[in-house]
Design a protein around this ligand. Structure first.
Ligand SMILES: NC(=O)C1=CN([C@@H]2O[C@H](COP(=O)(O)OP(=O)(O)OC[C@H]3O[C@@H](n4cnc5c(N)ncnc54)[C@H](OP(=O)(O)O)[C@@H]3O)[C@@H](O)[C@H]2O)C=CC1
Ligand SMILES: C[C@H]1O[C@H](OP(=O)(O)OP(=O)(O)OC[C@H]2O[C@@H](n3cnc4c(=O)[nH]c(N)nc43)[C@H](O)[C@@H]2O)[C@@H](O)[C@@H](O)C1=O
Length: 317
């Protein structure tokens, strides 16, 4: 890839988009195009067409999406389906119309069947029913993946698809109602430690297993795939290791120095029991993760980003 190539990073203010911008700049790419959602609502077909006609990007990294944790997914089901279908349809179609050289689409490990064999290989897609709490989001992401596949087979477009596991890192969402589990636990345990609270409430039974990848590792994997992968098959991106939510809570309690009790709220959903990704395709392409969970969490806890989490919920996302 030419370092002067024009690269559009959609969703550059999000956790993943910002990590992609950091990684691309560090690699020497100096012609990045970005827009906030206020400047360009990617659900708006005409606006997206005008933007592509004006900017003519050569590469597109699609990290703009409606994203959230289990509760947000389950509550705003229409938004998660509609927004994501619209965003990805407009961006993929315009990338085709304007002859984009390569597009990278970000899916998610929740696209796989709820009870897929573990670890989950890319071939397990569409072999069983989805997890109900995030079915609309998963359906949208599957449609995005299939859209890329179809443009490739009908038009020869070099659109690749990447399926990351649960992510964390700088720029995460710490709103306790809409966040994923890791930022929620980092915030809950840190605040409980500071306030000497007697107990922290963790949603569900604590038994589900999740795999966590630092967003800087994901950004590095995306750049590796941009440079070295032109295949039609999706590529799982993860660490190949998972832990239970109870173990995660214990780890966060230790790292935040919280000595109190952990209470599980059984009224909250567990979601899928396990979604460990098989990362052998990714390893075969020459990429391995570098940041272990303990090290990554220590980094987040000591970063300036973390300070924002001490603001009231209303001041967050
Ligand atoms: N976070 C995770 O654990 C995982 C994330 N992913 C995938 O990675 C991608 C990025 O996720 P993440 O960075 O965490 O999400 P964030 O919520 O942090 O960021 C999403 C970004 O999308 C932009 N966006 C949302 N709606 C629109 C819109 N209508 N028009 C234009 N831009 C819009 C926002 O822009 P603005 O800030 O300008 O409003 C925001 O910056 C998504 O595709 C997600 O599915 C996959 C697996 C796990
Ligand atoms: C990335 C992925 O993220 C989502 O799937 P998820 O992994 O189920 O989401 P989550 O991170 O919110 O929860 C993981 C587990 O953790 C438990 N849990 C405990 N305590 C808290 C808690 O305080 N907050 C949250 N959010 N969860 C908690 C929670 O009950 C669940 O068992 C998808 O909707 C979809 O968007 C997607 O692709």
């Amino acid at each position: 890839m030419d370092y002067n190539a024009k690269i559009y990073v959609a969703g550059h203010r999000g956790m993943v988009g910002a990590a992609l911008v950091r990684r691309l700049r560090r690699a020497g790419f100096n012609n990045l195009v970005v827009r906030t959602s206020a400047e360009l609502d990617l659900r708006n077909q005409a606006a997206v067409a005008d933007f592509f006609a004006d900017e003519q990007p050569e590469y597109v990294l699609l990290a703009a999406a409606r994203v959230g944790g289990i509760h947000a997914n389950n509550t705003f089901r229409a938004d998660f389906l509609y927004d994501n279908l619209m965003i990805q349809s407009n961006v993929v179609q315009q990338s085709h119309v304007h002859g984009v050289r390569k597009l990278l689409f970000l899916g998610s490990s929740c696209i796989y069947p709820r009870l897929a064999p573990q670890p989950i290989r890319e071939e397990h897609l569409l072999t069983g029913p989805l997890e109900p709490t995030n079915e609309p989001y998963a359906i949208a992401k599957i449609a995005g993946l299939k859209l890329c596949e179809a443009y490739r087979s009908q038009h020869g477009s070099n659109f690749i698809t990447v399926m990351p596991t649960n992510l964390y890192g700088p720029g995460d969402n710490y709103n306790l109602e809409t966040s994923h589990v890791l930022p929620a636990l980092l915030r809950k345990f840190s605040e409980a430690a500071a306030q000497a609270a007697p107990a922290v409430t963790v949603w569900g039974t604590g038994t589900p297993r999740r795999e966590f990848l630092h967003v800087d590792d994901l950004a590095d994997a995306c750049l590796h795939l941009l440079r070295h992968y032109d295949g039609a098959q999706p590529v799982n991106v993860g660490t190949g290791k998972d832990i239970t939510i109870q173990e995660l809570a214990d780890l966060v309690a230790e790292l935040t120095g919280y000595p109190g009790e952990v209470v599980f709220d059984f009224a909250r959903p567990d979601g899928t029991p396990r979604k460990l990704l098989d990362v052998s395709r990714l390893h075969g392409l020459g990429w391995h993760h570098r940041i272990g969970l303990r090290e990554g969490l220590q980094q987040v806890l000591t970063s300036a980003d973390w300070l924002h989490a001490t603001q009231p919920v209303a001041a967050l996302h």
